[in-house]
Design a protein around this ligand. Structure first.
Ligand SMILES: *[C@@H]1O[C@H](CO)[C@@H](O)[C@H](O)[C@H]1NC(C)=O
Ligand SMILES: *[C@@H]1O[C@H](CO)[C@@H](O)[C@H](O)[C@H]1NC(C)=O
Ligand SMILES: *[C@@H]1O[C@H](CO)[C@@H](O)[C@H](O)[C@H]1NC(C)=O
Ligand SMILES: *[C@@H]1O[C@H](CO)[C@@H](O)[C@H](O)[C@H]1NC(C)=O
Ligand SMILES: *[C@@H]1O[C@H](CO)[C@@H](O)[C@H](O)[C@H]1NC(C)=O
Ligand SMILES: *[C@@H]1O[C@H](CO)[C@@H](O)[C@H](O)[C@H]1NC(C)=O
Ligand SMILES: *[C@@H]1O[C@H](CO)[C@@H](O)[C@H](O)[C@H]1NC(C)=O
Ligand SMILES: *[C@@H]1O[C@H](CO)[C@@H](O)[C@H](O)[C@H]1NC(C)=O
Length: 643
């Protein structure tokens, strides 16, 4: 039972940090604590250290087969406190620590390291144990690092808890995660969870949960059927089944007293999150989970057996780890993943242990997929455009957080993994690389990262409304605007266009300035068009900005001496239907109809949809161009019904 230890200034309380409580079960941790007894320590500070060590011991299962703690007082010499096997209970430890007082010595950590290495670790640790030196100190003085170096070289983990800055210990500690700097002695107890998580990290790494090893356990057969068991963590004291870490369930060992089958279940509180049927043939068996099952901290393992439960049991177990709180229901019935079950009203089974052991290992590392490098995008890409999508696969797929992409131009949707352009890229006119990096941490502290390389290409000059076709009656001889060239070149400040050739050669057309610096293709005043001589002209236009492009327009000449009724071809109807609803489109339709109604020949009927490689143009663009022609023509030839 807990004794009442009082010290001059501190009333010791026994803090139990449930989240990671009793992580030392089956852990064979050998921890050597160096506590500070230099003259710089006030008696209260000594008392705070003692309280902390007591609480730490209370949260790590101290037992000769499990976790052991040794203590050394350190001023500028070392004072042997107790060894790894001397004080196996927290109470004994507390009694021993009543004798700790400050010395009149200066401060030097190295004698303490020497004693830890030469007198404790040298012949006192158990094979396979995880060994630690935890140093409580307010100094960074270490006159020699010989023992420290030997300790670290032997794979012993070294951590520091200090009033000084953490950076003072980066070269001493075996890992920067094992330094807790800037503490105050008076509030040391509040750092207990941090120190516990140093030696018992929140990820399982490789952790076994069992009362006794199943293969050597003496068992009797269960008689219950349609029975469910729920291996809840003990409400007090060390617990064999306290899942204090997250990871992935990799294997289950059990000893069956009878043959049969059972459904192994994983519960998150009272919700069933996983189950699988396991056949027991009798005797000791191992079931390997493939794939492994993601386990969060505080999940609970259980099982359901429709027939007689085959897993062997011991009904009068003894010792600290003998379960008192395992829950049982004898009318459970089979359940589905996602179901809720009210375990709070289930009865418990004191002094009953099962021959079951489960192993939880580190979860799988998340892996990125997609976003394959390198990715090529236009440097003129519109803001908001998607660039690529990355996705992740992981046991704990629910809690991804992508870090910043490390780049001001791109952003990632944390949910979908879609990377898009957030800000316009600078237009450089040359290929430019961009590097994105992403990292992710899942809910079991597994991390992964990915680098994505993006290269921009320079958007070439484009003549957006060519090639195209314009129709005009062969009786037109006044100046007529046929089309305004729409050329774009994001990399160029200005663009100039020339008429490079006309087939057959003629002086009927010219490329000339139109409004606001645009170029228009005109039919010249006094033009002589004749359907019988030339049915169409192919006019090539070359525009030059940073780059240069040539395209063409076809001017089809209509025979005005013949008129035939016009029927709307199917492709045109389709084009109109697609666009109903916009004012601009309605106008375009009207113009379009004027053009087609005025069309006079069979050829005119067959105004083809844009077959020439015009992937990004809709037939309506061309309709709109015809509008320009008509608009101009209408303004000049009011009421004239023919081109
Ligand atoms: C505490 O110190 C006294 C005097 O040195 C000693 O007699 C006693 O055994 C010590 N107590 C423990 C628990 O070690
Ligand atoms: C090793 O342990 C023995 C007792 O088992 C002890 O006498 C000896 O002093 C220890 N060695 C060192 C270096 O402390
Ligand atoms: C991305 O670019 C960096 C730097 O040029 C290069 O080291 C890396 O190999 C590239 N990665 C891929 C996947 O292309
Ligand atoms: C991310 O994508 C989802 C699904 O498309 C969307 O609902 C959400 O608004 C997006 N988040 C942001 C920040 O854009
Ligand atoms: C287990 O996972 C943690 C968190 O990702 C990591 O720090 C640790 O190195 C892993 N251990 C092993 C043995 O993979
Ligand atoms: C020129 O073409 C581009 C691309 O098709 C278009 O976005 C722009 O609106 C056009 N400009 C005019 C004046 O029609
Ligand atoms: C086209 O005609 C013009 C004027 O008659 C002439 O200057 C030009 O050289 C001709 N082009 C070709 C390719 O024949
Ligand atoms: C030309 O520019 C003027 C003034 O900037 C503007 O009012 C006019 O609408 C523009 N015309 C065209 C066809 O873009």
């Amino acid at each position: 039972m807990e004794k009442n230890f009082l010290s001059t200034a501190v009333i010791f309380s026994f803090l139990i940090v449930r989240a990671s409580g009793f992580c030392g079960v089956h852990q064979t941790l050998d921890v050597v604590i160096l506590y500070d007894v230099s003259s710089s320590m006030k008696s209260t500070s000594i008392a705070y250290q003692v309280s902390f060590i007591h609480n730490l011991a209370g949260n790590i299962y101290l037992h000769s087969d499990h976790t052991n703690i040794a203590g050394i007082g350190v001023g500028n010499t070392a004072h042997y406190g107790w060894g790894l096997r001397d004080y196996l209970t927290t109470d004994d430890l507390m009694a021993r620590m009543q004798n700790i007082t400050a010395t009149s010595e200066g401060s030097d950590i190295s004698p303490g390291m020497d004693m830890a290495w030469n007198n404790i670790f040298s012949n006192n640790t158990r094979s396979g144990s995880t060994r630690w030196v935890l140093v409580f100190t307010d100094t960074k003085v270490m006159s020699s690092t010989t023992s420290l170096d030997a300790i670290k070289a032997a794979g012993i983990k070294v951590g520091f808890i200090s009033t000084l800055s953490a950076t003072d210990y980066t070269s001493y500690a075996s890992d920067s995660r094992y330094i807790l700097g800037g503490i105050s002695w008076a509030t040391l107890d509040s750092d207990l969870p941090t120190v516990i998580s140093m030696i018992c990290p929140p990820y399982c790494e490789s952790f076994d949960f069992y009362y006794e090893l199943p293969n050597s356990m003496a068992v009797i057969a269960d008689t219950n059927s349609n029975v469910g068991y729920y291996l809840i963590s003990e409400s007090k004291g060390p617990s064999a089944y306290n899942i204090h870490c997250c990871g992935a369930l990799s294997s289950l060992e059990f000893k069956a007293a009878t043959s049969g089958s059972f459904v192994l279940q994983v519960w998150r509180a009272e919700y069933l999150i996983y189950q699988t049927t396991i056949t027991a043939t009798g005797g000791y068996q191992t079931h390997v989970f493939s794939p492994k099952v993601a386990i969060a901290m505080s999940d609970i393992i259980g099982w359901y057996s429709a027939g007689v439960n085959p897993i062997g049991m011991a009904t009068s177990c003894v010792g600290d780890l003998c379960p008192q709180d395992i829950k049982i229901v004898t009318d459970m019935g089979s359940l589905s993943v996602g179901d809720f079950y009210d375990w709070s009203s289930a009865s418990t089974m004191p002094d009953t242990a099962f021959a079951i052991k489960f192993t939880i290992v580190n979860g799988t590392v998340p892996t990125f997929s997609g976003g394959s490098s390198p990715i090529s995008i236009s440097e003129s890409l519109t803001v908001g455009s998607s660039v690529t999508v990355v996705s992740l696969t992981d046991d704990f797929g629910d809690q991804f957080m992508f870090s910043d992409l490390g780049n001001p131009y791109f952003e990632i949707n944390q949910t979908t993994g879609l990377i898009s352009l957030m800000t316009s890229l600078p237009v450089t006119g040359v290929e430019t690389p961009y590097f994105l990096t992403m990292s992710v941490i899942d809910s079991c502290f597994n991390t992964a990262s990915i680098a994505i390389n993006i290269t921009t290409f320079v958007q070439p000059l484009a003549i957006n409304n060519l090639p195209t076709e314009v129709e005009i009656g062969d009786d037109v001889s006044f100046e007529t605007l046929l089309i305004v060239i729409n050329a774009t070149d994001p990399a160029a400040d200005s663009i100039s266009c020339i008429l490079s050739s006309i087939l057959p050669n003629t002086t009927n057309f010219r490329l000339d300035d139109y409004l606001n610096g645009t170029a228009g293709m005109f039919l010249n005043a006094g033009a002589a068009l004749d359907f019988k001589t030339v049915e169409e002209y192919k006019i090539s236009i070359t525009c030059t900005g940073m780059s240069s492009t040539e395209s063409f327009m076809t001017v089809r000449i209509l025979d005005k001496s013949v008129t035939t009724p016009y029927t709307v071809p199917a492709w045109a109807a389709g084009a109109i239907v697609v666009s109903v609803g916009s004012v601009g489109v309605v106008l375009a339709m009207v113009c379009f109809l004027i053009v087609v109604i005025l069309a006079t020949t069979d050829e005119a009927e067959v105004m083809p949809p844009m077959e020439e490689d015009e992937n990004d143009k809709t037939p309506l663009d061309d309709v709109a161009q015809m509008c320009k022609i008509i608009d101009r023509w209408e303004s000049e030839q009011e009421g004239v019904g023919e081109i």
